[in-house]
Each structure stands twice: as C-alpha cells, then as structure tokens.
Design a protein around this ligand. Structure first.
Ligand code: FAD
Ligand code: UDP
Length: 377
C-alpha cells in the first residue's frame, strides 16, 4: 500500500497531523498505534456506571491560546469546569496552589494575618511565586512560610513523584504550582478551561473520521515499516526508542493507577485530593466531579502510585527534564535532523513536559511547516 503520510501514534500529536493533512492537503494517511485504542494518554471511556474514566490519569483541559481552543472546538462542545485540588496536610484539607485561604486554614488568625500583610508588603495581590523563588526571601516570616510550604506540600510529594527532591528537578516543574497571592482556589487561571462534553476519545474519533485516514491499532512501527510505502513519516513515540537507544535511555517516570469503585454518591469533596506526606500514592482523582450530569450512587476513584519507567513493563509518562537529559536528547534530535521527510513531534518525541494545549500547539505548528513544504514542492 502507498500512503502520503505514515503517522506513528494516535494521541493528540498524531491525530492533529492526520486531521490537518487529510482535510487541508487532501493527503492519504495511515495512522498506527501500539495500543488498542486512540487518544494516547488522553484516552477516556465510560465505565459501567456511566462515568467517564480517564484511563491514564486526570486530564483537565486549560489554555490561554484561543487558537488551540478554537481548533479543538471544531470537534467538541464543552462543559464549564474549574479544577480544584485539596491537599491533605496534617489531617486538614487545604487548597493547592497554596493561597491566602490556605494561610488562614493552617496558621492561627494572628500569625496568618501577619504573614498575609508581609506578603502584600513585598509582592502584589494576584502574584504567583514559585516555591523556589520564595526561598530567596530573607525576611524571617517569609522564610518560615517558605519552609512550611516546602516541607508540607512539595518535599515528600516530589520525592514520591520523581524520586528526587524539588532541588534536583528542573525549577519549571515545581513552578507549575506556585504560591498564589489570591483567594482564587482554582488549579488553573487560564481563560479557557473546560471538559469536552463527550470526553476526549470522542474528539479524536471525530478528528480522524475522514475517508483519507486509515487507522490500525495494536500495531508498532516495526510491525509495518517494511510492508508499506509512504512519503513522510510523523513519529510521536519515544525518540530514543526510534534510534534503538543508541546513545542510552532517556529517563521517564511512570505511574500505576489503582481504580476503586465505591457504592456511595461521592468519595471526596473535589475531583483531586493530594496526599503529599501520607501513603505511597500522590493523589486520588474522583472522575464523577468533572461533569455536572446526574449519575447513580456509585463512584470510581484512581490512586496514583509513581514508579520508575521500565521499557516493556510500563508506560513512559513524565520526561525527567534536567541538563544531563537535555544533552542526551540533543544527541537524538541532531541525528533526527539528518533524516529527510521524518518528523518528531509530541511529548515523547520532543521529550517535553507538555500539557495538552502545548501538544496541540506544537502539532499545529508542525502542520504549518508541512503545508509550506507542500506548496513549494
Ligand atoms: P501520547 O498521548 O503519549 O501519544 C503517543 C501515542 O503513540 C501513544 O498512544 C503510544 O501508544 C503511541 N506509540 C508510541 N510509540 C509507538 C510505536 N513505536 N508504534 C506505534 N505506536 C506508538 N495535560 C493537560 O493539559 N491537562 C492535564 O490534566 C494532564 N494530565 C496528565 C496526566 C498524566 C498522568 C499524564 C501522563 C499527562 C497529562 N497531561 C495533561 C499531558 C497530556 O497527556 C499530553 O500532553 C498528551 O497526551 C501528549 O500527546 P502526544 O500525542 O504527544 O503523546
Ligand atoms: N507538586 C507537589 N505537591 C503538590 C502538587 C504538585 O510537590 O501537591 C509538585 C510535584 O513535584 C509535581 C509538580 O509540582 O510533580 C507539578 O504538579 P502538577 O500537578 O502540575 O503535575 P501533573 O498533573 O503534571 O502530574
């Protein structure tokens, strides 16, 4: 068989390229995935109680990009949803990111008031301060606050998640959850944040429902590459795997998800409860909270147990971004640049800690390049 494009991976990256090149460039596409479903890590399914379960952990859509939001809106309607996370600290549930409400929850009123005043003397209301930034403060009260948050929220969670302390991982990772000088208790402040009305898998089904697109599941690149011909290859898997790990493995963290069903209406107050200091799991997600629809009196939760990624045994979920691994990645990407008509795109191929919107954006940018090349050839 002859295709214009062979796309490896039917996650966001693969589906965006498939949809764009089929619809806009009228190209013939084969998209394959080694899993038995599309959607990559965004895959969701309805369980026996009618609850949309995110198989690979909670996926909350949020973006500042109108371009991305408008693009996805071609394939779905949305339900308003603001994600709220509570961390259990010394038996008390406090909002994460740590904010003014959290200060009043954990400290006696007089001390909380002093800390609030001190923060507003130094910073402005609404400012977001990464924890490793707050550490630089020389004021004793702010130092005390930093030590509290670092120890109670970040240290043990990060050790569980990354097997490293917050100082040993890239600052941008803990910087995702800055201290927020506000009473806004939402996890994200982006203009667009919502849940797709029928879930994520429904979006990908719509995206690739095109006569020019053929899908083959349970199929790896190595199963098919010698049997078909194609002009261009879009690769969204691990870049080190593509090159047979010739420079060594790019490290990742993985997760074990333990699902538990309960015959109660709700298990917890919000969709996500974090447990920085207790247990071996980091967080519990209750999927029922994502949508307002009425569901029967059962609920399902997922507990996340971080673990080392081992090839062939579990999935590569989180790239471990640091200088050493960036250098290793550069060796692969430099080799990739020598290849003609092969493009590496997505969280695994770019070795980036991309949120969904960033993955969409990166794929849409690649499409612009493919389109440009198509015109000039
Ligand atoms: P993937 O989704 O990983 O898709 C790659 C696909 O390629 C996979 O289906 C894989 O099976 C297939 N593949 C790989 N190698 C091969 C091969 N050799 N042959 C055939 N097939 C292959 N983002 C948010 O915005 N909000 C969130 O709340 C959020 N939560 C997340 C929670 C977790 C636990 C994780 C891991 C990620 C989360 N993300 C979230 C990020 C989001 O999942 C990613 O941005 C997105 O899934 C990346 O899409 P992708 O297509 O690049 O990669
Ligand atoms: N983090 C933490 N405690 C928390 C929440 C987050 O220490 O209660 C740190 C941890 O290192 C985590 C990082 O902040 O890996 C990013 O958190 P985020 O919720 O963005 O992670 P993701 O949803 O991508 O797993």
């Amino acid at each position: 068989m002859m295709y214009d494009y062979l796309i490896v991976g039917a996650g966001i990256s693969g589906c965006v390229i498939a949809e764009r090149v089929a619809n806009i460039l009228n190209k013939k596409v084969l998209i394959i995935d080694s899993r038995n479903h599309i959607g990559g890590n965004c895959y969701d399914y309805l369980d026996e109680n009618g609850i949309l379960v995110h198989k690979y952990g909670p996926h909350i859509f949020h973006t500042k990009s109108k371009l991305v939001f408008d693009y996805i809106s071609k394939f779905t309607e949305w339900e308003v949803y603001f994600h709220r996370v509570l961390a259990n600290v010394d038996g008390i549930d406090i909002p994460v990111p740590f904010n003014f409400d959290a200060i009043y929850k954990v400290f006696p009123p007089k001390l909380a008031n002093e800390i609030e005043s001190k923060l507003l003397e130094k910073y402005s209301y609404g400012q977001k301060i990464p924890i490793l930034e707050l550490r630089k403060s020389s004021d004793p009260l702010l130092k005390f606050l930093y030590e509290y948050i670092y120890e109670k929220i970040f240290l043990n969670y990060t050790i569980k998640q990354w097997h490293l302390s917050p100082d040993e991982i890239d600052e941008s990772i803990t910087g995702r959850i800055p201290v927020y000088l506000s009473r806004d208790d939402r996890y994200f402040q982006d203009k667009y944040q919502a849940m797709p009305k029928d879930g994520y898998t429904a979006i990908f089904n719509k995206m690739i429902a095109h006569p020019n697109i053929e899908l083959k599941l349970n199929m790896r690149l190595s199963d098919i590459e010698n049997e078909i011909s194609y002009d261009k290859l879009i690769y969204t898997g691990k870049i080190d795997e593509f090159f047979d790990y010739k420079y060594g493995e790019l490290p990742y963290r993985s997760l074990d998800f333990k699902l538990e069903v309960y015959e109660i209406e709700f298990y917890q107050k919000v969709a996500q409860n974090n447990f920085p200091n207790n247990f071996d799991f980091t967080r519990i997600t209750e999927f029922k909270h994502f949508y307002k629809r009425k569901i029967n009196n059962n609920t399902i939760v997922a507990k996340e147990y971080p673990t080392q990624h081992i090839i062939g045994q579990n999935e590569a979920y989180y790239p471990i971004i640091n200088n050493e691994n960036k250098i290793l990645y550069d060796k692969y990407i430099n080799e990739a640049k020598q290849l003609e008509n092969v493009y590496f795109i997505g969280r695994l191929a770019e070795y980036m800690y991309y949120n969904m919107d960033e993955t969409f954006l990166s794929a849409l940018k690649l499409f612009d390049i493919l389109k440009e090349n198509n015109v000039t050839h």
